[in-house]
Design a protein around this ligand. Structure first.
Ligand SMILES: [Zn+2]
Length: 88
């Protein structure tokens, strides 16, 4: 499991992530692995999800990391952007 230390503001596809419950915009990150069992039980799909916990109310939202092609830099970048919040 990967965990980033600190607090982050998150942008997904250039859209700022806002907590649905308290409208807060700072989250703690960790990566979670899940196994999704398909109808054929021998077939399991491994899912990696980025989990964001609201630092204000504790609500958790999860997203699957994907890449998109960025026209400006001409390369594939993650749809999820992390902006660290520096606390004094
Ligand atoms: Zn919240």
């Amino acid at each position: 499991m990967v965990r980033r230390r600190g607090t982050y503001q998150i942008a997904i596809r250039d859209k700022q992530l806002i907590c649905l419950f308290c409208q807060h915009n700072e989250f703690q990150h960790r990566e979670v692995y899940m196994e999704r069992v398909t109808l054929d039980e021998d077939e399991k799909e491994q899912l990696t999800l980025q989990s964001f916990t609201c630092t204000s109310c504790g609500d958790i939202r999860m997203f699957q990391e994907k890449n998109r092609f960025d026209q400006t830099s001409q390369k594939h970048v993650s749809i999820i952007e992390y902006i660290e919040v520096i606390k004094e």
